[in-house]
Design a protein around this ligand. Sequence first.
Ligand code: SAM
Length: 258
Amino acid sequence: MGFSAAWLGLREPADLAARDPSLLEAAGACVPEGGLVLDLGCGTGSTARAFASIGFSDLRWRFFDNDPALLAEAARNIPQAEMALGNLVDIDVLPLEGVSLVTASALLDLMPQCWVEALADKLWQAGIPFYAALNYDGRMGWTPELPLDGAVTKYFNRHQRTDKGIGIALGPKAGAEAALALRSRGFNVTFADSPWRLGAAQATLHAELLGGIGSAAAEAGLNDAAEWALARCAAVEKSEGMIGHTDLLAIVPARASA
Ligand SMILES: C[S@@+](CC[C@H](N)C(=O)[O-])C[C@H]1O[C@@H](n2cnc3c(N)ncnc32)[C@H](O)[C@@H]1O
């Protein structure tokens, strides 16, 4: 499954507005001055820009992705970052050396349960905190409503739980399952809502998204999904959409000194 730099650029302002500010701040505070952050599925470097936007501009970044075109774009944007081209499927090859924080944005819902469990093990063994933002949580809603909104959400969510490259994706369950997995290892996990709020100012993103939602719902078997998408797109300037996400931060608890 591919993601274009154009799509990631279109969604970045909505992502930035949606991220929970206190979790972003607390995640940045986990990194000592000049510390190194590993961003899994970095795309063009949106997560680094989100940290910089609230003042964490001296972090060093190691970007990890399997798409060379996105990594090249990330390198153009943030030339001082280290680039790591690789597939997340093999947790054991993740370049964790010297890393103070691991991040992932808009990634966990693409990943299977076994991957999340393996990552939780790896990070717990290494004692590294984890910030995972913008995990789609299965909730979508629009005003004004259309009769098919609920059915489209149901079929879209079904599509989310198909293989996105390395196994059956967690889709809407990703944030909650990741929190469980990380807590069960011993991490202190904080969880927050980070929904997209799409109004007239986000009409371009909203229209593009509606096309994608309609196609996915149609692929999952909903007959009238294409008509729904056309009707929603026609009214996009006058409607509001909410796409549910969650953010989480998993911190290694301070160990009592002997
Ligand atoms: C939805 S995009 C999010 C990009 C970026 N984190 C952001 O918030 O803009 C998911 C990213 O994960 C990467 N990705 C997906 N599956 C991957 C895999 N198996 N190995 C490495 N990267 C992967 C994609 O190339 C893409 O850059």
